[in-house]
Write a protein that binds this ligand. Structure first.
Ligand SMILES: Nc1ncnc2c1ncn2[C@@H]1O[C@H](COP(=O)(O)OP(=O)(O)OP(=O)(O)O)[C@@H](O)[C@H]1O
Ligand SMILES: O=P(O)(O)OC[C@H]1O[C@](O)(CO)[C@@H](O)[C@@H]1O
Ligand SMILES: [Mg+2]
Length: 516
């Protein structure tokens, strides 16, 4: 197979579709949906597709290149094949069938032999946006240290308080010394915020300050903001690399295996579940209710439940439930109390919103819907049903640890993960890639175009095996009434991933809709 590196001659990026044949590959550039986003798609043999990321040389001609300083770095120069091959790509789909097409791929992350920035010319900035998440400081630390120790870049600053800090605050100087200990702290030393994304002001600030590498750490909203910043930078023809690092405690970013901080949060959630279990087992008909984060995706609740084994019922936004009648929650609670004398319920903050009559009908400054407290609501409904209507003794304790699980420092494995993410982002920007989000796809770090990250949210697929594992672990009802199940479309391919199928990015997963 021929080279699929960004520097292939003859790639035309523009409106409509342009197909060029180079070394047996079709390179298609398209801008189908988004007004400005131009997708770089390379098609090879046997159904091979590379969804490539933009490169500075796509819109700035004759950019000089330099040997990667890592080749003289004593720690790295001994590594065989340290530099990523120009052809290396990461497959999105790893479970394949005989004769099935090779499918979609992303450019593999990692250091390249040539870089597009002289270390002395680099002026990098880092911004953290959206809600908190364990590991934010670790990523910040490792971008600073990666730039400094691997590439000899010493001009790095932090943007104070999220996107609005670009145009309303002074920058925060960052050196390896300044960031040395920050990974041991929760939160973000740079500050964060919601709202305040004014593209023109942000890019003016980047341009006026002469910044040429922008590292943007944040969730789906942040990555949308990063995509807009990248488009404006490209429109102005600036030699500025924009790298996104996905952050979300909800694990709702698609394509990547998992977001950083998620494991730490699940681990911390165990403490709340254990407390709920202790309370529940110590009183007659004790019920412990724990509310966990997860606005639209129930991953934290699902994994915390699976990890704990103390949970009798897990309620998530993707799986509608009902309270009264046959197969409903009240019936299940009564049965469980009779069997065990206690029970623990975990509920994600976005679960059952259709049942909660009170609606706040307001949004946060980023436009995210504000949700009424479903934990409180369900606790009241359970008490009303059993204490008042059934005159049954119950002792319900409601625990809301939502902010506690995201304010902690990252655990050991998240720290390693954050380090790899940061280094992958640094390698990509130094190599001149831009307009990308970095993340692991089937265990290998890859550069993923923004449009793939922002086009949809990652959700628990309740017809996948992971949710089935949960149901069989808790023994809770599925809350699916026969009439609610839409028959599976036989023509659609079944899900192909097994172990991590619920977090999978498998586009062929059959996401069956449940009628309510
Ligand atoms: N469509 C968009 N275009 C430009 N900027 C956006 C867009 N959506 C969100 N942003 C900006 O991104 C920042 C973070 O967004 P948001 O508050 O939704 O958090 P997030 O990045 O999704 O993280 P999380 O949901 O995990 O807390 C905000 O400053 C917001 O203004
Ligand atoms: O109260 P805040 O800071 O807006 O954040 C709450 C939201 O942030 C998240 O943790 C996502 O980062 C959601 O789970 C939650 O709904
Ligand atoms: Mg978000």
């Amino acid at each position: 197979m021929g080279s699929v590196d960004h520097c292939l001659a003859g790639v035309t990026v523009g409106s409509g579709h342009n197909i060029n044949k180079t070394a047996g590959l079709n390179i298609i550039s398209s801008m189908p949906n988004l007004q400005h986003t131009q997708n770089k798609i390379v098609i090879g043999d046997d159904g091979y597709v590379l969804e490539d990321v933009p490169h500075l040389s796509d819109y700035i001609p004759n950019l000089p290149t330099y040997p990667n300083p890592l080749q003289d770095n004593p720690s790295y120069s001994v590594v065989k094949q340290y530099f990523v091959n120009v052809d290396d790509a990461v497959a999105q789909k790893i479970v394949v069938h005989k004769n099935s097409p090779r499918g979609k791929h992303f450019r593999r992350a990692g250091p390249r032999q040539k870089v597009y920035f002289e270390p002395d010319d680099v002026y990098a900035c880092i911004v953290t946006c959206g809600g908190l998440c364990p590991g934010l400081n670790t990523v910040t630390r490792e971008i600073v240290c990666g730039l400094y120790h691997m590439y000899g870049v010493s001009r790095v600053v932090g943007i104070d308080g999220g996107y609005r800090g670009f145009y309303s605050k002074n920058t925060i100087p960052l050196t390896p010394k300044v960031v040395n200990d920050i990974h041991k702290r929760g939160g973000t030393i740079l500050g964060t915020s919601r709202g305040g994304h004014v593209t023109k002001k942000i890019v003016d600030s980047i341009q006026d300050r002469g910044m040429n590498q922008v590292y943007i750490i944040g969730g789906d909203g942040t990555q949308r903001g990063a995509a807009v910043i990248f488009e404006e930078i490209r429109r102005r023809g600036l030699n500025v690399a924009v790298a996104g690092i996905p952050k979300t405690i909800d694990n709702d970013i698609p394509v990547i295996d998992k977001s950083f901080g998620f494991d730490s949060a699940v681990e911390e959630a165990q403490r709340a579940i254990s407390a709920a279990h202790v309370e529940a087992t110590s009183f007659e008909n004790g019920i412990g209710v724990v509310k966990l984060m997860g606005r639209d995706s129930g991953f934290i609740a699902m994994y915390a439940t699976l990890a704990s084994r103390d949970v009798d019922c897990c309620l998530i936004p993707e799986s509608p439930f009902y309270l009264e009648g046959h197969g409903g929650l009240f019936e299940y609670i009564e049965r469980r109390l009779k069997e065990n004398g206690h029970m623990v319920i975990v509920i994600a903050e976005g679960a059952g919103q259709g049942l909660v009559s009170e609606s706040l009908k307001s949004t946060d400054p980023s436009g995210n819907k504000l949700l009424p407290d479903v934990g409180l609501w369900i606790s009241e409904r359970i008490k009303e049903h059993f204490l008042k209507q059934k005159k049954m003794v119950i002792n319900l304790k409601y625990i809301d640890p939502t902010y506690m699980i995201r304010a902690i420092p990252s655990n050991a494995s998240d720290n390693v993960y954050c380090t790899l993410l940061a280094q992958s982002a640094v390698h990509g920007a130094m190599a001149g890639y831009t307009g990308f989000t970095v993340g692991p796809v089937n265990g290998r770090h890859a550069y993923i175009p923004f449009n793939r990250i922002i086009e949809k949210q990652n959700k628990v697929v309740i017809t996948d095996r992971m949710w089935a594992r949960l149901l069989s672990s808790t023994n809770q009802p599925s809350f699916l009434r026969t009439r609610d199940i839409i028959k599976e479309n036989k023509e659609e391919e079944p899900p192909t991933q097994l172990a991590n199928d619920s977090t999978s990015t498998d586009e062929n997963s059959v996401e069956k809709q449940i009628l309510c």
